[in-house]
Design a protein around this ligand. Structure first.
Ligand SMILES: *Cc1c(COP(=O)(O)O)cnc(C)c1O
Length: 346
């Protein structure tokens, strides 16, 4: 039994369901490095088909998907245009600098969505003083901006500017299926604007491990080289890939339930005096809120919630927290969280 039965700290806080465990137990396996693992091959084919790309590659983590894409697209001294609160900027140990020796040109936004004009304004002239602008990265949904969904039109416009200037496009789709389910835009329609895309299996899809990177055949051939180089080429990885296959078959459409729960949670929190939350900004499974008005220190607030089995995650700003809904939030989770917050701030 997990310590926090109502664990809103992340959608990574899921455990494989009985059905998923059955799929794992029954997985057909082989040597992934020899391309002989049927479950890995099937997962890769499914993702390539879903995203409309020629090929796909199973990797141990989403972080490795990002770093391999950056490493393929960028030469040392290249520059990556990316939103300032994106995952690689904060949570990948300086990955772009370490693995690609690329620099970051960050764009500040309210909601994670930047404009084509902002991109165009940052593109460097061809002059040896400057880094060479090379890659535009989009995070959809955008985690630290509250699970915001990129409108397709914004992506089309950014992609058009990127093409015009010979830049490449990369999609961090850790929560792409949340964007797809929330917007009704198909995965293919999102992905067709990108040279590389990936989806995380260990977030809302509920798998224990893994991410899948996609692109054209040449890109994925190069990605295989980096998978070996970075020590991410595995053996009977079908044991974990089978969970991914199961998740694609069972856990995509149900993300709508997580979105409904997040909305209900935001509405409930908004009614509590001292808690500030922008309900309209909740588009998927993430709720950002601020407890400054309660006068409580955040550590104290979290400590008071713990005995109720409720957990949220602290954000960088000292009075802000994030709540994430997922498939292991029990049916009474929203009610329980709201009631516990009311008790905690008394
Ligand atoms: C979680 C996450 C990643 C990294 O994925 P891991 O599987 O944890 O390595 C990258 N980008 C975003 C937006 C994420 O939320």
């Amino acid at each position: 039994m997990p310590q926090f039965l109502y664990d809103f700290s992340s959608d990574t806080q899921t455990r494989p369901s009985p059905g998923m465990r059955q799929a794992i137990a029954n997985a057909e396996v082989g040597d992934e490095q020899k391309r002989e693992d049927p479950s890995v091959n099937r997962l890769q084919e499914m993702i390539a088909d879903l995203t409309g790309k020629e090929a796909a590659l199973f990797l141990p983590t989403g972080t490795m998907c990002n770093l391999i894409a950056h490493a393929i697209h960028c030469r040392p001294g290249d520059e990556i245009i990316i939103e300032s609160a994106s995952h690689p900027v904060h949570f990948e140990g300086g990955g772009p600098a370490v693995h690609s020796r690329a620099s970051i040109r960050a764009i500040d936004t309210e909601n994670g969505v930047f404009t084509a004009a902002q991109v165009e304004g940052l593109i460097r002239p061809n002059d040896p003083h400057f880094p060479r602008t090379r890659l535009v990265c989009v995070e959809n949904t955008h985690n630290l901006r509250g699970g915001r969904v990129w409108p397709l039109k914004a992506i089309e416009e950014v992609a058009a500017v990127a093409r015009k200037h010979g830049l490449l496009m990369h999609l961090d789709g850790a929560r792409l299926f949340n964007a797809v389910v929330a917007s009704g835009i198909t995965t293919r329609d999102y992905c067709k604007h990108f040279d590389s895309c990936w989806v995380d299996l260990s977030k809302g899809l509920g798998c224990p491990v893994g991410g899948v990177l996609t692109g054209n055949k040449d890109f994925i051939d190069q990605a295989w080289r980096f998978k070996h180089l970075f020590g991410g080429a595995m053996r009977q990885a079908g044991i974990i890939a089978a969970a991914g296959v199961y998740a694609l078959e069972h856990n995509i459409n149900r993300l709508a339930e997580d979105h409904a729960k997040a909305k209900a949670l935001a509405k409930g929190l908004a009614e509590i005096k001292g808690i500030a939350v922008d309900v309209a900004a909740v588009e998927t499974n993430i709720v950002m809120f601020d407890i400054a008005g309660t006068g409580l220190a955040r550590t104290e607030f979290l400590e008071r919630l713990a005995p109720h089995g409720v957990r949220f995650s602290p954000l960088m700003q000292p009075t802000r927290l994030r709540a994430v809904t997922h498939l292991d939030i029990p049916a009474d989770g929203v009610e329980r969280a709201i009631a516990s917050v009311c008790l905690a701030i008394k």
